[in-house]
Write a protein that binds this ligand. Structure first.
Ligand code: CUK
Ligand code: CUA
Length: 641
């Protein structure tokens, strides 16, 4: 019991040291009501200035907001089924949720990264991670749809992802749980952690033209838990930085046993060098089994392939790939400033922020200013890598973003605030309370070479009393700040979907100019598409019945279907013939356990139905599409065998 209280007492005593004692600093810099309202007001019919892509946490999805209004524009289904979009219910989308363990209907989504060119957001793709069953998704920002998902083998708890390199060469993924490797015998005692459990850092390549992902290679490391990461840029190009905790290698009661050492590590990984070794065939080919799912825009159909091999590079055989830098008190966030010179580590239980210098890390490597090794990896001396410490910034730093004007902004979970500090002299410049404990924060472009600045959004964990109560589960809060001046100004609170972690934001014009995807009927290559009402048909293949049908304002064709028998498996392939891009149709059949459909103009979507009763079953369009939408209906007759 005494031990359990350890972390709590650390926090409490540190709060005393800082004189915080639970009370909050005054929010003197706030905009007044009218001033704040005018800054977030987007007049009816007008568009927001920025898109904000926000992780959905345990919802498994990604949500899209307009900034500064805080209006929810869309939820993009990624790792969880979504009735509103038919994601995971239509035959076309089911394969997207496939894994080596079969189809999984619900995932856990924490981090997002927008594709970059030369370290700047290029507006092409958004990458998203799934923690639980390790996966990475690529969302196409032309369609706001998930177009690819790749599973990561030899990993568990894919938390340290998906962070991308400067030119989107790789999406990087670090394992949260060390585990025995997939290609080894996993049936080992849990207390053989030190011997049998390992960590991996995976490098997933992204094809420059169409974004297709491919697991290139994995770096094998000693057992520990990776947390967050960010790519180097400018002078630190070709490097990647990861935080890790549990260098104690504990496997029980981590709250206590993984907080024993004063310092864990930030890992500096020379990925360019690793790529070189990989290309020279230095890694070891191992047998694994993981899913690679792709959505085909032309056929409107997803496919899932199982892949059975990957390359593993054991870093202890290559001493010039990875270096470890001690970082105090269970590091979490690991952020690289816009110039690429500074790496900010944030210890969850720390009362200071260490800032490491890339130039000093390089000198330390050159001069071998090491303090022994960890699992065969050189450990750079803390002072040798340190640029400096931000002293007494607050309590429990988690994540840092940058405004591009030499300032950093860090969230403090325990002291519930955002602190602005200067990269140059590491002095605290401003602090503002958040309501309540903030996790991640987002400055538009705040992890790139060119932050847009202007706004900061805090994603808070504990809502308490910010909104009208809605039963035991309260909406979590995002808070929008104006950071254009010296002092942060709180402008707006708005509720979020699921539990947001990391987020990205980008000026609207970069995305909006490409995001008016219209599927043309003539481009529809779905094998069951009926491209006009003349092509509709009902075709029987044994007990399988395929109904190629169409939807058009305001009728379904055919609208009376007979000849279906008990024991049949019926597939309704519905093509939406509309060419007005904003007229979807829906499709539902009474009693169908496989749910319903929503079909975009030009698209074909398939609903499976296994009728279990003889009788007449109504079907209809569920999406209000015209004045005669209510007339868009028909009947299906099911007869005995
Ligand atoms: S984690 Cu949530 S507050 Cu999953 Cu990025 Cu730090
Ligand atoms: Cu089609 Cu309502």
């Amino acid at each position: 019991m005494k031990k359990i209280l350890y972390s709590i007492s650390v926090v409490a005593s540190a709060m005393l040291v800082f004189g915080l004692q639970g009370c909050k600093p005054k929010n003197a810099g706030d905009a007044t009501g009218a001033d704040a309202a005018s800054k977030v007001y987007v007049a009816p019919g007008k568009y927001d200035e920025l898109y904000n892509f926000v992780s959905g946490g345990f919802s498994g999805q990604v949500s899209v907001y307009g900034i500064p209004s805080g209006r929810l524009l869309r939820v993009i289904p990624v790792f969880s089924v979504d009735p509103e979009k038919g994601w995971g219910y239509s035959e076309e989308t089911k394969p997207m949720l496939n894994t080596s363990s079969g189809q999984i209907p619900w995932g856990d989504q924490h981090h997002l990264d927008l594709s970059q060119t030369n370290g700047e957001i290029d507006g092409r793709w958004l990458f998203a991670n799934e923690n639980n069953t390790p996966r990475i998704a690529r969302i196409d920002l032309k369609t706001f749809r998930t177009s690819e998902i790749i599973e990561i083998p030899n990993s568990a708890g894919n938390h340290s992802s998906p962070f991308i390199t400067e030119n989107t060469e790789y999406v990087v993924a670090g394992t949260r749980f060390s585990v025995p490797m997939d290609y080894e015998n996993g049936d080992v005692p849990i207390d053989s952690y030190k011997k049998n459990f390992k960590g991996t850092l995976s490098f997933v390549s992204v094809a420059p033209k169409d974004g297709e992902m491919k697991l290139a290679f994995q770096l094998l490391l000693p057992g520990m838990d990776f947390d967050l990461s960010h790519s180097g840029k400018g002078p630190s190009s070709g490097w990647f930085f990861f935080s890790c905790y549990n260098s104690e290698q504990a496997h029980t009661l981590l709250e206590v046993n993984a907080s024993k050492r004063d310092k864990d590590y930030v890992l500096a990984v020379n990925w360019k060098k690793a790529e070189e070794y990989f290309k020279a065939g230095k890694g070891k080919k191992v047998k694994v089994n993981y899913a690679h799912n792709k959505y085909n825009e032309a056929t409107h159909t997803a496919s899932s392939t199982m892949i059975t091999e990957t390359t593993v590079i054991d870093v202890k055989d290559f001493p010039d790939l990875v270096y470890m830098i001690p970082c105090p008190k269970s590091p979490h966030g690991c952020d690289v400033d816009p110039t690429g010179q500074y790496i900010v580590g944030s210890g969850k239980l720390a009362a200071l922020i260490p800032v490491f210098s890339f130039a000093k890390i390089q000198d330390a490597i050159k001069n071998k200013t090491f303090d022994g090794t960890y699992g065969g990896i050189p450990v750079i001396k803390y002072e040798a890598a340190l640029y400096g410490e931000v002293k007494k910034p607050g309590l429990g730093p988690l994540h840092t973003e940058f405004d591009g004007k030499g300032n950093a902004y860090t969230t403090f979970f325990i002291s519930s605030e955002i602190v602005k500090w200067s990269l140059k002299d590491l002095k605290v410049l401003d602090r503002h309370p958040t309501y309540y404990s903030p996790g991640h924060l987002c400055i538009p472009g705040g992890d790139t070479r060119k932050p847009y600045g202007k706004y900061l959004i805090a994603y808070n964990k504990i809502t308490k009393d910010r909104f009208l109560p809605t039963g035991p589960e309260l909406a979590q809060s995002a808070q929008l700040f104006d950071i254009s001046g010296d002092k942060m100004k709180l402008l707006l609170d708005y509720p979020t979907i699921g539990e947001p972690h990391y987020a990205q934001a980008v000026p609207a014009e970069l995305i909006a100019k490409n995001s008016q995807k219209i599927y043309k009927l003539e481009d529809n290559k779905n094998p069951y598409a009926a491209l006009g009402e003349k092509q509709t048909k009902v075709e029987r293949k044994g007990n399988e019945v395929h109904v190629n049908m169409t939807a058009m304002r305001s009728h379904l064709s055919p609208d009376n279907i007979e000849g279906i028998k008990l024991g049949d498996v019926v597939y309704f392939h519905v093509t939406n013939l509309e060419q007005d891009w904003d007229v979807p149709h829906g499709f539902a059949i009474k009693g169908n356990k496989n749910a319903e459909l929503l079909i975009m103009p030009g698209e074909t979507t398939t609903l499976k139905w296994v009728p279990e009763k003889v009788g007449i079953f109504p079907m209809y369009c569920t999406d209000f599409c015209s004045a005669l939408h209510q007339e868009m209906q028909g009947y299906i007759r099911v007869s005995a065998k």
